[in-house]
Ligand binder design. Structure first.
Ligand code: ATP
Length: 217
């Protein structure tokens, strides 16, 4: 899905060659400050590399319309973005941004169930806890049904039990739809359990450390 060749970004990223496969779950792990978030920002053109080339579906990423790309490659940043309004408003706004038809209430409540968020659609989103806001932004991304989901530390604010339920559901749904999932995580457990491919970032360079060894991949 993505191929990076000789990519450099400031003094932060220096990647000779890296492949991120389609329809698989790729976990990006590594020490704090190693360049994980910077790498994923390159993948949806929030930033552009200084040298080298990134290909998305075999096309040089810099030749693609960034708005269109970000509709196909949806990123959920580390700190969830929550808008003024209700839970429902916060779910629908992703569809509005991506120019897709709005979802009905059944679909909205189903997606809340998928992310284990027991809140009413009419509730204000502002007072939700950090972990609830993380799940709301995951639900917003799921509704958008993009080609590629990029989640930066999606469950960092969740307890272990909730993390497992949410990840089982979310990874299961993405796999069922045959989409591509890229997760930045500090959790060895998340990487071990869900990754088809593990990429380790260290001082800005990337190495694929596990590939194709997981069942159900
Ligand atoms: N625009 C920028 N200009 C200069 N330095 C930057 C910029 N963005 C990030 N950095 C630095 O690049 C390094 C890598 O940051 P990045 O956020 O990619 O790391 P990370 O692996 O995601 O870390 P963490 O696990 O702590 O979230 C850090 O030292 C950070 O301070």
């Amino acid at each position: 899905m993505f191929i990076l060749k000789n990519v450099q970004y400031k003094a932060i990223i220096a990647v000779d060659e890296l492949h991120i496969p389609a329809q698989k779950t790729t976990c990006i792990v590594g020490e704090s400050g190693g360049g994980k978030s910077t790498l994923i920002r390159l993948l949806n053109q929030l930033i552009s590399c200084d040298k080298g080339e990134i290909f998305y579906k075999n096309q040089p990423i810099h030749t693609l319309d960034p708005i269109q790309l970000r509709r196909e490659v949806v990123m959920i940043p580390q700190a969830p973005v929550i808008f003024d309004g209700t839970v429902k408003d916060n779910l629908l706004i992703g569809l509005t941004f991506s120019g897709k038809p709005l979802a009905g209430e059944n679909e909205l409540t189903d997606v809340l169930t998928t992310v284990c968020l027991e809140k009413e659609l009419a509730e204000p989103a502002g007072p939700l806890s950090g972990g609830e806001q993380q799940r709301l932004s995951l639900a917003r991304a799921l509704l958008m049904n993009p080609e590629v989901y990029i989640f930066d530390e999606p469950t960092s604010a969740l307890d272990e039990e909730t993390e497992k339920k949410v990840m089982d559901n979310v990874v299961g749904e993405v796999k069922r739809k045959r989409k591509t999932l890229i997760i930045v995580t500090h959790s060895k457990k998340v990487a071990q359990t869900y990754a088809d491919v593990v990429i380790e970032m260290k001082n800005g360079s990337a190495a694929t450390v596990k590939k194709g060894v997981k069942k159900n991949g």
